[in-house]
Ligand binder design. Structure first.
Ligand code: SAM
Ligand code: SF4
Length: 475
């Protein structure tokens, strides 16, 4: 789909940088959030049109409480109207924390001599994955420092290894990656291993701030990172995730940067990012930053709602960096994926090591240390359907968020039934009796709501087949 044409000071060209900080500040400094304009922009988004930079700038400048509440309400409505109440669950698996960069905000930075450096052996990876499968996980994101040891061949090897681990009824059906930027040739290698999304965060879209935080190693090169997902696209890897680390620079600038990046990918490749992430900085061992750009909880909620309205057909990821109360609040505004049962210490899934966090072995401190079971329980309690669905990517239905958003009936035909089926598997294989009860009640309610729109009888038949021992049934 074509977005609203905008004329940028740097035109969009494949593999070419596209961020002009003066332009982004120009939009922010000239945006006037009048009542009429803010309402017009919210209405445009609710009408299923993505927003341009000028419109996003108006929203980020809105501070009048009543109007901010309207922005939040707009995002809530959009989420309910378009996406319903599914939340996809995943877990991160840290493979290795050796790193040649020195990002001032990260516990893995090369100058942090306190950090205990670990790369999991194949055997350890296998054990970790088995432990994750024992908890009910089906989707993982593998995370790596930037280091010659973590080459594209090595990343591809670990991806294949993870897919091959099957324990009892457990298996990992989608492996995503968060690692350093690669060349086109190297992206091809990881694509061949069957990865889902390749995620790279720009950290900050402001080149000057970027230089200050990244003074050593390959990550110094702002443009190599900025164009990394272009190279992924050139390699045919069209499932990419973008993000900005909130707290490094003015969050309003980062929100416009994320939208500009989305526009660039759409203009050059006709497909926007699969997901957007907006992690907030957490305390880490050896952290070397000030809190000048710290993002408050209120601003964080606002920025999530604005992103939802700005790019209504992109998946949005909220991680366990955030504490439970913030996660619960932000879920309403359009988040589509969260991690559950997260442990960041390398090797921690096997040994339940994370009972007391040890910052020297972790990238940063997490805010939500609940088990996957507790997260599922909490979601069900609040009427969200936990989903472990991996159907679209395995059936080659790429651009699923866009289809969810734009194809009438897509969610009722595919997403909700698949959420119900994967939740049924989870309830049968891993849930406590109480969660089972609550889960089946939520499924009943969901099927009632689907009645008349979908072949509810077929979903029920498949649920029975799952209860009888079949696995991995999807539409
Ligand atoms: N090393 C690769 C890289 O830098 O792109 C990938 C892995 S890095 C471990 C994943 C992300 O964690 C980074 O892109 C950054 O946004 C985030 N991160 C780093 N330090 C953090 C901190 N103190 N709090 C929250 N997130 C952090
Ligand atoms: Fe290394 Fe990534 Fe941490 Fe930077 S953010 S120090 S590149 S692991």
């Amino acid at each position: 789909m074509k977005f609203n044409p905008e004329v940028y000071s740097i035109p969009d060209e494949r593999m070419k940088p596209f961020i002009d900080p003066d332009e982004i500040w120009g939009y922010i400094n000239s945006a006037k959030p009048t009542r009429e304009r803010v309402r017009e922009i919210i209405a445009k988004s609710l009408d299923k049109h993505r927003l341009n930079l000028e419109e996003v700038a108006v929203l980020v400048n809105t501070s009048e409480p009543e109007l901010v509440e309207e922005i939040l309400q707009g995002a809530r409505t959009l989420k309910q109207k378009v996406y319903g109440n599914r939340i996809v669950l995943f877990a991160p698996l840290y493979i290795g924390n050796k790193c040649t960069n020195n990002c001032k905000y990260c516990g893995f930075r090369t100058s942090n001599t306190e950090a205990v450096r670990v790369t999991l052996s194949d055997e350890e990876i296998t054990k970790e994955v088995e432990a994750l499968e024992d908890n009910g996980q089906k989707r993982l994101i593998l995370v790596y420092g930037e280091h010659p040891e973590y080459s594209a061949d090595y990343i591809a090897h670990t991806v294949r290894l993870v897919y091959g681990v099957k324990k009892d009824r457990g298996e990992i059906r989608r492996v995503n990656i968060n690692a350093a930027p690669l060349s086109v040739e190297d992206f091809l290698k990881v694509k061949k291993a069957g990865i889902g999304t390749y995620q790279i965060f720009q950290e900050t879209y402001n080149p000057e701030a970027y230089s200050w935080y990244h003074q050593a190693g390959k990550k110094r090169d702002f443009e190599w990172r900025l164009t990394s997902l272009d190279r992924a696209q050139e390699a045919g890897l069209d499932d990419v995730g973008i993000g900005a680390l909130m707290g490094l620079y003015d969050w309003r600038f980062e929100v416009l940067g994320l939208v500009r990046h989305t526009n660039h990918l759409e203009a050059c490749y006709n497909v926007g990012p699969h997901t957007i992430s907006f992690p907030r900085i957490k305390s880490a061992s050896g952290l070397d930053i000030t809190n000048q750009y710290f993002v408050s909880d209120d601003d964080f909620v606002k920025l999530v709602a604005i992103l939802r309205l700005a790019v209504p057909y992109t998946g949005m990821i909220l991680t366990a960096r955030e504490p439970v109360h913030v996660r619960q609040k932000v879920l309403q505004f359009g988040v589509s994926q969260i991690d559950g049962g997260t442990k960041l210490e390398l090797g921690a899934y096997i040994e339940s090591k994370n009972e007391k966090q040890n910052l020297n072995r972790e990238q940063f401190e997490i805010g939500d240390s609940r088990s996957l079971g507790e997260v599922v329980d909490d979601l069900v309690e609040h009427d969200y359907i936990p989903s472990f669905c991996t159907a679209c990517y395995r059936l080659g239905r790429t651009g699923e968020h866009f289809m969810e958003f734009s194809v009438p009936g897509f969610i009722k035909r595919y997403c909700t039934p698949n959420a119900v089926l994967t939740l049924t598997e989870y309830l049968v294989d891993y849930a406590t009796p109480e969660v089972k009860d609550k889960g089946y009640r939520l499924i009943d309610k969901t099927l009632t709501e689907l009645d008349g729109n979908q072949n509810v009888e077929e979903i029920k038949r498949r649920m029975e087949r799952i209860k009888a021992g079949e696995r991995d049934l999807y539409f």
